[in-house]
Design a protein around this ligand. Structure first.
Ligand SMILES: Cc1cc2nc3c(=O)[nH]c(=O)nc-3n(C[C@H](O)[C@H](O)[C@H](O)COP(=O)(O)OP(=O)(O)OC[C@H]3O[C@@H](n4cnc5c(N)ncnc54)[C@H](O)[C@@H]3O)c2cc1C
Length: 432
């Protein structure tokens, strides 16, 4: 393993691990600074995770919700991108270990920012995770799309009624935004598209069930909006089970805490996230859920030159005693705050502590059905749906992606169709 020698000796180097919301905003903001910026990601693109569910349900193309990192930052001279996985940080030699598909390299840093986000947390089902579908990346979204469509094709040929029901039924575990948005999009497919595509099947018998352990879905929203979203889902034909936890899955049946069973071949796990920081940091700074404890300057406790931001950063405060919500606006604000503090340091002024101004939350259930909970405004229905669309459209990276999303959404709105029903990754889950 060699130490990569391309470091500019005249500039201090900031290595940013992760080109998600925090990493990309940070790299862009620092791209004209006096630092040498090195951005590392295991993917060569930035992924707009809030719209992954639309890729999984044939609503948007992958290119619409992702953007090549090199293209995003190609104009900037003090910027380098390395494609690979950071597996370890050596805080004494101030290097990170980068694992590419063919080699390992050590990269030196003067300042390090960890913005590696989170992955799905399967909790007690970790050993069985191969039997569940999840939705945290573009490959997973494409797997899910292919898996659902393959099961439809297999159901057409299936003679056993019991087996056919298993192939058609879909279980979603977790009533947060991912679970709710997926359930809504799948219900729209069931109601408008699948009966036309599969006239041989009795689609009415297909069951889409959402299981939520807590008392309400979308529990980060005002209770009236949670209730509204629940009513939307039920009107669209989704079976929503509240106070219902999954206790087992054997590949055929999902067992629930009320001992009932739900026969299904497709279980989508949307019930939690866990962070996986690179090795080499003091264990005392890392919580059991993988989040890294930072101080109000986003500096990792016990280090002078290593920071964490976005979903992986754990910063409890009066407004958020359990840490900040793991959402895109927090990640973006943390990146902006870090840049402001760097400027203060350059002017030899004291730094300021991070304070998050709540931007609100929203979720979409289906056409003309969304809920929006802003600090001074709460609404549901068509207005909320337009607000949701506008906010997501504006947040997409790249002009081409915005235009592609407008066109695709307009087409779907007027035709009730989703044109991307392609099985291009013939994925099968692990055998029971
Ligand atoms: C399905 C879904 C729907 C969501 N919906 C919403 C929503 O509607 N609104 C909202 O505000 N938020 C939503 N979120 C949450 C939001 O996407 C996250 O809060 C946000 O992405 C966090 O940004 P981040 O920069 O911390 O991490 P991420 O955006 O997750 O980026 C982390 C990056 O680090 C890279 N990486 C990880 N480990 C390594 C490593 N070891 N080496 C190299 N690279 C690495 C990853 O490839 C990734 O590019 C949603 C998330 C999901 C999964």
């Amino acid at each position: 393993m060699s130490v990569h020698t391309h470091k500019d000796p005249n500039k201090k180097r900031i290595i940013i691990i992760g080109a998600g919301f925090a990493g990309i905003h940070l790299a862009k903001s620092l791209s004209k600074s006096e630092f040498e910026i090195v951005l590392i990601d295991r993917n060569n693109y930035h992924c707009f995770q809030p719209l992954l569910y639309q890729v999984a349900t044939a609503g948007l193309e992958t290119g619409t919700i992702s953007y090549p990192i090199r293209r995003l930052l190609q104009r900037y001279k003090n910027f380098r991108f390395y494609w690979g996985d950071v597996t370890k940080v050596n805080t004494e030699t101030k290097t990170v270990r980068l694992q590419t598909s063919v080699a390992e390299e050590l990269l030196e840093y003067d300042m390090l920012v960890i913005a590696t986000g989170t992955s799905t947390n399967f909790f007690q089902f970790e050993a069985k995770k191969g039997m569940f579908m999840s939705l945290k990346s573009i490959p997973e979204a494409l797997n899910l799309r292919s898996y659902i469509l393959q099961n439809m094709e297999l159901a057409v040929m299936e003679e056993s009624e019991e087996k056919r029901a298993e192939l058609l039924n879909i279980a979603i575990v977790g009533g947060g935004p991912t679970g709710v948005e997926l359930a809504g999009a799948l219900a729209e497919m069931k109601n408008h598209i699948l009966p036309k595509d599969y006239p041989e099947l009795n689609i009415e018998r297909m069951q889409i069930s959402l299981f939520q352990r807590g008392e309400r879905i979308l529990d980060m929203l005002h209770p009236t909006l949670s209730q509204k979203a629940l009513e939307y889902l039920r009107k669209m034909g989704v079976n929503v089970y509240l106070k219902t936890a999954v206790t087992d899955y054997d590949g055929d049946d999902l067992t629930l805490n009320n001992t009932e069973k739900f026969p299904t071949d497709t279980v989508i796990w949307a019930a939690g996230v866990k962070a996986y920081p690179p090795m080499g940091l003091e264990k005392a700074t890392i919580l059991p859920n993988g989040r890294i404890q930072v101080d109000e300057n986003l500096k990792i406790l016990g280090y002078d030159d290593i920071y964490a931001m976005g979903d992986i950063a754990y910063l409890p405060c009066t407004a958020y005693p359990n840490g900040h919500p793991q959402v895109a606006p927090v990640a973006i604000d943390m990146a902006a705050h870090f840049v402001k503090n760097l400027k203060l340091i350059a002017r030899k002024l004291p730094t300021k502590g991070f304070v998050y101004k709540n931007k609100g939350s929203m979720a979409v259930v289906g056409r003309n059905r969304a809920v929006v909970d802003l600090p001074n405004y709460k609404t549901g229905g068509t207005i909320a749906w337009f607000i949701w669309m506008f906010v997501h459209l504006m947040s997409l990276v790249g002009f081409r992606n915005k235009i592609a999303a407008i066109f695709t959404w307009a087409y779907s709105y007027f035709t009730y169709d989703k044109a991307l029903r392609l099985i291009i990754r013939p994925y099968r889950r692990e055998e029971k």
